[in-house]
Design a protein. Structure first.
Length: 96
């Protein structure tokens, strides 16, 4: 078992050096931007983009909306609406 001790120490030292190298790397600067600043959504749960570029959002209240192609648009087209089924009755929290 004695020959493994130097090898283990070498591996531990190399791992520590590799970690120090990755920590000192500068992280890229990120900024969050509202993609649809004029569009008001109510509790969005899911966003999906189709290959043709159309985007859809699922809201917790039970609606699926097609987002406008123009990011400055303020109206989304309702594709599916089951909000009238009272998804908030008896402690239900809509589509979860």
């Amino acid at each position: 078992m004695k020959p493994l001790v130097p090898f283990t120490r070498l591996v531990s030292a190399l791992c520590a050096l590799a970690f120090v190298g990755t920590v000192s790397a500068e992280l890229p600067q990120l900024k969050l931007v509202n993609a649809y600043p004029n569009l008001k959504l109510q509790r969005p749960l899911w966003l999906e983009q189709l290959p043709d570029g159309r985007m859809f959002v699922l809201e917790q209240r039970g609606t699926i909306l097609e987002l406008p192609k123009n990011a400055k648009g303020d109206q989304a087209k309702v594709l599916f609406d089951i909000s009238g089924r009272n998804p908030y009755v008896k402690d239900e929290e809509g589509l979860l």
